[in-house]
Structures are given as C-alpha cells and as structure tokens.
Design a protein around this ligand. Sequence first.
Ligand code: ADP
Ligand code: ADP
Ligand code: ZN
Length: 213
Amino acid sequence: MKIIMLGAPGAGKGTQAKKIAEKYGIPHISTGDIFRANIKNETELGKKAKEYMDQGLLVPDELTCDLVTDRIKNDDCKNGFILDGFPRTIPQAEALTKALEKMGQKMDFAIDVDVPDSAIIERMSGRRACLKCGATYHIVTIPPKQEGICDNCGAELVQRDDDKPETVQKRLTVYHDQTQPLIDYYKNEGILKTVDGTKDFEDVFTAITEILS
Ligand code: ADP
Ligand code: ADP
Ligand code: ZN
C-alpha cells in the first residue's frame, strides 16, 4: 500500500501517518523529520534546509526530490510506504510519479486531511514535539501523560522554531500557493480521498482506515 498524506501544515498528517504506518507495518517517511534529523546532526543538508525552514519557506526541490526517490527504493518499502510532507510542489509530484514509473509502480492513495486555516493556528500554537523520537503532542487536544515529557522516550518536549505564529502564517501562504495544487493533481490521477481533519484524531483515523480497506 503506497499512500501520500496531503494537507496544510498542522492538519494532522504526521499524527495520522504514524498510526497508519504502525497498523499496516509500512515505513513512515516524513521529509520534515528527515530535515530536522539533519539539522540536529549538523549535516550540510541540515544547514541548507534550516535557512528555508526557519523562514517558513519550502526547501528547494533539488534538495528534496532525490532524498525521497532514493528512500523508496529501499527494501523496507517493498510492501508500501506512507509519505508525509512530500510531495509539496508539482515538480516534486512529477519526480515521484517518474521514479515510481521506472520501478513499474504507482501510488495507491492521496489522502487530503482537510482543516480550515482558522483551526490551523490553534493546532500549531499548541503543538509540542519530541526532537529525539519524532513524537508529536498538543497541549490541549493530545497532551503527553506528563507535561513537557515525551511518553515514548522520556525526552523533553519543545515548540518547533517554525511553529511561532509569524512563521505559521507564512507557511500557510506557501501551502496555498505551492502545495494545494496537488489536490487537483491527484484528483486527475484518480487517487484523491478527502477526510474531515477537524474531527477528533480517533475519528479521523477511522475515516482513513475505511478508505484504505
Ligand atoms: P508540518 O508538519 O507543519 O507540515 P513538516 O515537518 O512537514 O511541517 O515540514 C517542516 C518544514 O520542512 C517545511 O515548512 C519546509 O520548510 C520543510 N519541508 C518538509 N518537507 C518538504 C518538502 N517536501 N519540500 C520542501 N520543503 C519541505
Ligand atoms: P502535520 O503533520 O499535518 O503538520 P501534526 O500531526 O503535527 O500535523 O498535528 C498538528 C498538531 O495538532 C499537533 O499538536 C497534534 O498533536 C494536533 N492534532 C493532530 N490531529 C488532531 C486532531 N484530530 N484534533 C486535534 N488536534 C490534533
Ligand atoms: Zn520522544
């Protein structure tokens, strides 16, 4: 099963993608997580990516496409994978389609987690992340058992640099300009499914698993 998660920043893509990956035993591939790991390890890629991420801009396609098209050739992707945060531009979607064509494959589902901008700001301002294991929480809707501490690994939770209100606004504008056109792209490919992302996270998960089964 090969799945793409679409949706605005903060729509709940990552939260759902992790649960789906677990349920179906497929790898969860998040470009945001890959960039953040590179920043933490102070790699060349991390240094370049950080410049864009801190401004709420997309990392250029040249730095992003090969990362994913190489990753999906790995053995662990044989039975499928779930892409979270990629593709984010039409050229990225085209690069993905091409790479899969070469492998004689195509994506099965593009799931758009639909959340209006008005709700996004609330989601992002309460988001807390574990930079050690990648888990994500929300101080009101999905709190950790112990405030400020990751349930999974016990590390300290932080607010991401790019989740500050000014940067969130910029990311939303970038989303509407560059990423939203992918909804039509995948509608044309005949694989688009939309779920109401404003519901509780269990309800969103149920809606997605119904689509997949
Ligand atoms: P969110 O969870 O809010 O959707 P991500 O963790 O997916 O955010 O991404 C954080 C930042 O990493 C983005 O704002 C962007 O700068 C960069 N990024 C992640 N994925 C991509 C991509 N496919 N193309 C370009 N930039 C990306
Ligand atoms: P994305 O990967 O699309 O940027 P996340 O999965 O990180 O989004 O979710 C953004 C924030 O909203 C996080 O703080 C997360 O805990 C919270 N969240 C996710 N899904 C829901 C939901 N259905 N209802 C309320 N809050 C949610
Ligand atoms: Zn953790």
